[in-house]
Design a protein around this ligand. Sequence first.
Ligand code: SF4
Ligand code: SF4
Length: 102
Amino acid sequence: MKRIAIDMPVVGECLVAECAYNTGNCCRARAITVGDGIHPGCDTFLDATPHSRARQGQAGVGACKVAACQYNDDYECMTDQIAVGHADNGVSCLTYRQRAAP
Ligand code: SF4
Ligand code: SF4
């Protein structure tokens, strides 16, 4: 497997225990994608049996499509870390903050 090293925000905590990528309130995906353009949902959420192989390390935020968030620049998340959990009847980025009107 080829490997790349890239700076990105980390998923510091995820409280979605039913997601296949979650162990111990930590996201074990390599990276997640957030948002559908309006809602800051976790696009990578997978309601399935957990990963069969334990992986160490924290996930990064590979991309975020929520331009209305104050931490978003050019469809990328620019904060240091985010938290993910249940919100608005779904699985969302809890760090989302609505950008102030110009
Ligand atoms: S951040 Fe998303 S993909 Fe990762 S464990 Fe939480 S819900 Fe699953
Ligand atoms: S903090 Fe904002 S920009 Fe970063 S992932 Fe969450 S919604 Fe996207």
